[in-house]
Ligand binder design. Structure first.
Ligand SMILES: [Zn+2]
Length: 89
């Protein structure tokens, strides 16, 4: 039952938009922050997103990662294979 545990970079990147949008609950936030704190790769992703958001400040539109950017990030992290879905039903 580790479905809500945000432990891998892929999970972090999947949830990072929700985190920035304030949609995660406090325990998910804590897990995500702890990971980012310890993971340089995710720090880069997070800082890049934050910079993007600062550029868009004043704009109330939701910020989300374009699929191609997300794919590039996953590739650069060696996590490009999004279809490796162990928990698929
Ligand atoms: Zn990471």
């Amino acid at each position: 039952m580790n479905k809500h545990l945000l432990s891998g970079c892929q999970e972090i990147i999947k949830h990072i938009n929700a985190y920035i949008d304030g949609e995660l609950d406090s325990s998910q936030c804590a897990q995500l922050e702890a990971h980012i704190d310890a993971c340089t790769d995710c720090q880069i992703v997070f800082n890049t997103l934050k910079k993007t958001i600062q550029l868009c400040q004043g704009d109330r539109e939701q910020i989300s990662l374009p699929p191609e950017v997300r794919q590039r990030l996953l590739d650069s992290l060696g996590l490009g294979d999004e279809n490796d879905d162990k928990d698929a039903q």
